[in-house]
Design a protein around this ligand. Structure first.
Ligand code: MSP
Length: 641
C-alpha cells in the first residue's frame, strides 16, 4: 500500500479579550472543513490549533480581572476548548504557549539566533500597540493611531534585543517571486511588498522588559520574548522541533497551509519566513489571508441586536447550522457580513428546504411504497443518466474547489445534486407512478434518489459532519471515512433498511425567531459586565503616582490671571508652592487652613512664569471646580492611595 501524502494545516493560536464571538470561529471552522476533506481524500492530515497566552495584553487583562495571568489563560483555554467541542472541530493537537515544551523550545530558538548573530541588543524607541502587540514607526501610524486596529499607541523606550529582519528583505522578495502562491490571495502579496518590504524593513524588536508574562530569555532573564515570535514558533514547537521526539516535525514540516485572518498576514509572510530562513528551515507552502466576518461595519461584535455568541448560537441551532453558514455565506478571501436574518434565511433555504426536504421526501416514499427497503434498480432513463453524471462529476469539482480552499464553491457544487434531485422528484412524480402501479420505474426513481442522497451526504461530511452522520443513519449505512464509495453510482445495496425518523432541520419562522434573538441579545447586553477600558492602567502604573495630603498655609492670586491661585502647602515637613486654576471658584482666604490632596511627584513646571511643584486634585463638571479633601482630619503629608 502506498504511503499517504501528508497535509499539515494550522489556525492562528487564539487570544481572547474577554469572550469569543462568531468571527473567532471563522478561521477554525474553515480549517476544520479543509482538514476533514483532506482526510477523506486520502491525506495523512495534522491539524494544529491552540492558544496564544503570553504578552502585555494578557497580563493587563488578568490584572483588570483580579486574577493571576495563569488563572486568566486557564480560563481562556477552558472556554475555547469548549467552543471547539461545540463546533465539532477535529484538531489533532492543541498547543498552549504556556506549555513547558513550547517555552523551552522558544528559549532554544533565541539562543540559536543569538549564537549565529541574528540577534543583537540595543534600545527600542517607537510606538507600540498593546491590543495588537505590534511595533510601529512614526511614519506607519495613521493619524497617530495603530494602522491595524485604529487604537491608541504608546511611545515606548526600552532596552531590547533585535532580530536582523532587515537582512532578509531581498531573500523574502526572491522567495515570493519564485513561489507565487505562497501569499494568497495575490493582492495580499502586493500589499506586503509595497507597504512593508519596499519602504525598508527595519530590524524587529523581539524582547520586552516592561512586563514579565512571557518566555524569559535564557541569556538575559529580565527580558521576555516578544509575543509574536513566541506565538509564531508554535507551528514548529508543536511538532517537536529542537526536542528529543521530533518525529512529527520530520513528518509534517513544512506546513501546507497557515490559514489566518487578513490582519495578521504581515506576521506570517514577513516575520515568520525570515525567522525560518534564519533557522535554516523549509518554508511553509502557503499562507492564506482570509477576509473578516463583519458585524455592521466592524470586525468585532459591537453591533447591537445580533447574537454573535457562538455558545448561544450552537446551543440553539446545533453546530452544523453555524458551520454551514460560515462556510457557505462568506465568499472566501473577502469580507462578509453577519446578520441574524442572513443566518436564518440561509438555514431555511438550503438546510431545511433543499437538503431536509430531499431526505425526508425520499425516505418517506421508500417507507410508504417499499416498506422502508431500498428498492431494486430497473433500466435507467436519460433523465436518470443526467442526474447520475452530475453525481459522479461532483467529487472532482469539489476537489478543485477545495484546492482553492473555497468551501462556498464546494458547497454550492454539492447542493447542485440536492437541488437537481428535488427537481427530479417533481419531474418523475413517484406518487403518480405508484398510483399507476408502475413499480419497476418507481423503484428505479427511488433508488436513484437514495443514491443522490448518499453522494451528497458523503461529500457534505467534511462540512456538516453531524448532519451527514444523521443522513447515513436514516439510509441505514455506515458513515464513510473516505470518498471511495463515490467511484460508482449504484453502490447502495437494494434491500437496505431506510428509516425516515425526525426531520433533519425544522423550518424556522424567521420573524418570530428574529424577535427571540433580539430579546436574547438585549439580555446578554444587560448581563455582560462593563468591559475594562481599553487604556486601563495597571496597579503598577497607578502606584507610580504619589498622592499626599497637604495643608494650605498661604494663598494668593497669580498676577494678571483670573484663573490661577498660588498656594503654599505644608506636606509633612516640607513646604511646596503649587499653582492651581481654581480662582473662579475659591478665594485665597477660604482656602487657607484647608487640607487638599497633592500629586507630589509631578514634574515641576512654570505656569505664567511662576514655579509650580505638584498639582492639587479637584473634581470638575465643567461649571464648578471643587477640591478633594480627606473626610476626617489627618496629618499633612499622609499618603493617599
Ligand atoms: N494570537 C494571534 C495569532 C497568533 S498566530 C501565531 C491572533 N489571535 S486572535 O484571537 O486575535 O485571532 C485568531 C483568528 O481569528 C485570526 O485568524 C483572526 O483573523 C480571526 N478573527 C477574529 N475576528 C474575526 C472576524 N470578525 N472575522 C473573521 N476572522 C476573525 O491574531
Amino acid at each position: 500500500m502506498s504511503k499517504k501524502p501528508t497535509y499539515y494545516i494550522t489556525t492562528p493560536i487564539y487570544y481572547s479579550s474577554g469572550s469569543f464571538h462568531l468571527g473567532h470561529c471563522y478561521t477554525t471552522v474553515i480549517c476544520d472543513a479543509i482538514a476533514r476533506f483532506r482526510r477523506m481524500d486520502g491525506y495523512d492530515v495534522f491539524y494544529l490549533t491552540g492558544t496564544d497566552e503570553h504578552g502585555q495584553k494578557v497580563q493587563q487583562k488578568a490584572e483588570a480581572a483580579g486574577v493571576s495571568p495563569q488563572q486568566y489563560v486557564d480560563g481562556l483555554y477552558d472556554q475555547i476548548t469548549r467552543l471547539w467541542k461545540a463546533l465539532n472541530i477535529s484538531y489533532d493537537k492543541f498547543i498552549r504557549t504556556t506549555d513547558d515544551y513550547h517555552e523551552r523550545t522558544v528559549q532554544k530558538i533565541y539562543e540559536k539566533l543569538l549564537a549565529q548573530g541574528d540577534i543583537y541588543k540595543s534600545t527600542y524607541e517607537g510606538w507600540y500597540c498593546t491590543p495588537c502587540e505590534s511595533f510601529w514607526t512614526e511614519s506607519q501610524l495613521h493619524d497617530g493611531k495603530c494602522p491595524d486596529c485604529g487604537r491608541e499607541v504608546k511611545l515606548q523606550k526600552e532596552e531590547s534585543y533585535f532580530f536582523r529582519l532587515s537582512n532578509y528583505a531581498d531573500r523574502l522578495i526572491a522567495f515570493y517571486e519564485s513561489h507565487p502562491d505562497f501569499i494568497s490571495p495575490k493582492s495580499r502579496m502586493n500589499e506586503m511588498i509595497n507597504n512593508f518590504i519596499k519602504p525598508g524593513l527595519k530590524d524587529l524588536c523581539i524582547s520586552r522588559t516592561t512586563f514579565d508574562w512571557g518566555v524569559k530569555l535564557p541569556f538575559d532573564p529580565k527580558h521576555v520574548a516578544y509575543v509574536w515570535v513566541d506565538a509564531l514558533a508554535n507551528y514548529i514547537t508543536a511538532l517537536g522541533y529542537l526536542q528529543e521526539d521530533h518525529a512529527l516535525f520530520d513528518k509534517y514540516w513544512p506546513a501546507d497551509l497557515h490559514l489566518v485572518g487578513k490582519e495578521i498576514v504581515r506576521f506570517h509572510t514577513i516575520v515568520w519566513p525570515a525567522l525560518l530562513m534564519a533557522l535554516d528551515l523549509p518554508m511553509p507552502k502557503q499562507v492564506y489571508g482570509h477576509g473578516w466576518l463583519l458585524f455592521g461595519n466592524d470586525k468585532m461584535s459591537k453591533s447591537k441586536g445580533n447574537v454573535v455568541d457562538p455558545f448561544v448560537l450552537t446551543a440553539r441551532y446545533g453546530a452544523d447550522v453555524i458551520r454551514y453558514f460560515l462556510l457557505r455565506e462568506i465568499p472566501f478571501g473577502s469580507d462578509g457580513t453577519y446578520t441574524n436574518e442572513a443566518l436564518l434565511t440561509r438555514t431555511n433555504a438550503d438546510l431545511v428546504n433543499d437538503l431536509g426536504n430531499l431526505v425526508s421526501r425520499t425516505t418517506a416514499m421508500v417507507t410508504q411504497y417499499f416498506g422502508g427497503q431500498v428498492p431494486q434498480l430497473g433500466e435507467y432513463t436519460d433523465l436518470d443518466r443526467e442526474l447520475i453524471s452530475l453525481c459522479t462529476e461532483t467529487l472532482p469539482r469539489v476537489r478543485a474547489d477545495m484546492e482553492q480552499l473555497s468551501a462556498p464553491d464546494a458547497l454550492a457544487d454539492i447542493f447542485r445534486i440536492v437541488q437537481r434531485a428535488n427537481k427530479y422528484i417533481d419531474e418523475t412524480m413517484p406518487w403518480a407512478l405508484n398510483k399507476n402501479g408502475d413499480t419497476v420505474r418507481l423503484g428505479t426513481v427511488l433508488y436513484v434518489l437514495t443514491e443522490c442522497i448518499r453522494f451528497a451526504a458523503t461529500l457534505l461530511t467534511p462540512f456538516i459532519p453531524d448532519t451527514a452522520a444523521r443522513i447515513f443513519d436514516k439510509l441505514g449505512m455506515p458513515l464513510p471515512h473516505d470518498f471511495g464509495g463515490l467511484a460508482d453510482f449504484g453502490g447502495t445495496p437494494s434491500g437496505t433498511a431506510v428509516h425516515k425518523g425526525d426531520n433533519l432541520f425544522n423550518r424556522i419562522d424567521v420573524d418570530r425567531e428574529l424577535q427571540e434573538l433580539d430579546k436574547l441579545a438585549e439580555q446578554q447586553a444587560a448581563e455582560t459586565p462593563a468591559q475594562p477600558q481599553q487604556d486601563a492602567i495597571t496597579i503598577e502604573d497607578f502606584s507610580r503616582i504619589q498622592l499626599r495630603t497637604a495643608e494650605v498655609i498661604a494663598c494668593e492670586k497669580v498676577a494678571k490671571s483670573d484663573k490661577l491661585l498660588l498656594l503654599k502647602l505644608r506636606v509633612g515637613d516640607e513646604v511646596r508652592q503649587v499653582v492651581s486654576g481654581i480662582a473662579s471658584c475659591y478665594t485665597p482666604e477660604y482656602l487657607v487652613g484647608k487640607t487638599v490632596v497633592l500629586v507630589s511627584n509631578l514634574k515641576p513646571a512654570r505656569i505664567r512664569g511662576v514655579e509650580s511643584n505638584g498639582m492639587i486634585l479637584c473634581a470638575s463638571d465643567g461649571k464648578q471646580i471643587v477640591f478633594v479633601t480627606p473626610e476626617k482630619d489627618i496629618p499633612s503629608g499622609t499618603t493617599v492611595r
